[in-house]
Ligand binder design. Structure first.
Ligand SMILES: Cc1cc2nc3c(=O)[nH]c(=O)nc-3n(C[C@H](O)[C@H](O)[C@H](O)COP(=O)(O)O)c2cc1C
Length: 410
């Protein structure tokens, strides 16, 4: 369906070549200061035509705030966000009237609904993600203002060009448990410090200049061969309080995975140590507890990626999303028409040779929607429970130590 979230509910609408795309955000707290620029900044990072690494479709993607805001303050009522589609060229798609694009959504949409949009990817187009990015920017405004939460995503690979993250190979033989660190200390430090300014300093959105240059070459090579290439986006969320996530089916990482795998072209999701962590024994993988200088409980390492038991533990949350090579390529492909007639498709139109540079703000938006929704749910639980009489009858081992006290320390 087109709605995401329980208490912070976002419904996106629109197809690639209809009049407009956008979203309705329901459940935004009243009193949040919000200007169009807060939303526009992220939309402009997502828009096409930003560099020679993205589709040349020229859309300014200027947002219009339709409702739910007056004098720069949210009213607590549904917020309508609208972006006009301007640079439509339906004729670019005439050959795809005959051919479903291999690995795109044309054939499955038609099978499912029995009808489809007359041109372009319709609802499966990345134009749909405009509504997500606009809504995510509103959530992010609240998260930053109230909790100081920072969400930064960056491109961590394009094809086989990877931002260096792990130290060498893992165990050299099946019986060798003497693994190197799961992620290099440089990569861990990058997760702790990386900013959007650093990410945006290169058109690939990889914050490591030397790797970014190699990624650019890889994308240009795909483009010049009338082909495409995939990649990964890593995201870190800093400053999330402990306690978010709703076990057992709505665990925090399950919500994140759901959010990320709903983005078009995604094929993989991993959190914390992810697949690499499976090669490290528990003695190397466990995140030991300790008391931080401010007296709060923390973990010495963070291979859990900030989530344990489906609940956030106040450490940084980090995860990686895999994006496939875009399906629409102008290179000739042997395939079949809708009626089964074999033939050759060389798709025209303006397409991204690699989606990851533009996927960065989309990943950030979906992350902020998850955090915001889970925060509202936990706040509702805490506010409701706080009205009950204080618990004095249970053994001390059954209740949380008094606020600010860890192991008897204040
Ligand atoms: C930012 C972004 C831009 C995209 N641009 C294109 C594109 O130019 N051409 C294309 O074929 N797919 C593009 N896609 C991917 C398609 O929307 C997606 O592959 C298609 O809807 C099929 O869905 P699936 O890959 O999730 O199965 C893009 C995805 C994103 C996130």
């Amino acid at each position: 369906m087109s709605t995401f979230g329980t208490l912070f509910r976002v419904t996106t609408y629109g197809e690639s070549h209809c009049a407009s795309v956008g979203a309705i955000v329901d459940g935004c707290p009243p009193g949040l200061p919000l200007e169009p620029q807060d939303v526009q900044t992220q939309l402009s990072r997502r828009r096409p035509g930003q560099s020679n690494l993205t589709t040349p479709r020229d859309e300014k993607d200027l947002v219009q705030l339709q409702s739910g805001i007056e004098h720069g303050i949210t009213l607590g009522t549904p917020i309508g966000l609208l972006v006009r589609n301007e640079d439509q060229r339906p004729h670019d798609y005439s050959e795809t009237d005959l051919y479903p694009r291999p690995s795109h959504a044309d054939w499955t949409y038609l099978e499912k609904y029995g009808v489809k949009a007359s041109s372009g990817g319709g609802r499966s187009s990345a134009r749909e993600t405009i509504g997500r990015v606009a809504a995510g920017a509103i959530a992010e405004r609240y998260l930053k203002l109230v909790h100081g939460i920072e969400i930064v995503a960056f491109v961590s690979s394009v094809g086989k060009v990877h931002l260096p993250s792990s130290v060498g190979s893992q165990a050299s033989s099946e019986d060798d448990d003497s693994v190197e660190d799961i992620l290099s200390s440089e990569f861990v430090q990058l997760l702790q410090t990386v900013t959007r300014e650093q990410v945006d300093s290169h058109p690939t959105r990889c914050p490591h200049t030397e790797t970014a240059e190699r990624m650019t070459k890889r994308i240009i090579r795909a483009k010049e061969a009338s082909d495409s290439i995939g990649g990964t986006v890593t995201c870190v969320i800093r400053g999330v309080p402990a306690g978010l996530g709703e076990p057992v089916f709505d665990k925090f990482e399950a919500k994140l995975a759901h959010a990320m795998l709903s983005i078009p072209a995604t094929k993989a999701f991993e959190i914390g140590s992810g697949f690499r962590g499976t090669e490290a024994p528990g003695s190397r993988h466990n995140d030991a507890f300790f008391v931080k200088p401010d007296g709060s409980m923390g973990t010495k390492t963070n291979w859990s990626g900030g989530v344990q038991g489906g609940i956030t533990n106040a450490e940084d949350i980090y995860f990686r999303v895999g994006f496939k090579s875009p399906a629409t390529i102008s290179q000739a492909q042997e395939t079949a028409q809708y009626d089964g007639t074999p033939g050759t498709l060389a798709a025209r139109g303006r397409h991204d040779p690699c989606v990851v540079p533009r996927a960065v703000p989309i990943v950030e938006a979906m992350a902020s929607l998850v955090v915001m929704d889970q925060l509202l749910i936990q706040n509702a639980r805490k506010a409701t429970a706080s009205l009950l009489p204080a618990i004095t009858t249970l053994p001390p081992t059954m209740v949380k130590p008094a606020s600010g006290q860890v192991n008897g320390k204040q």
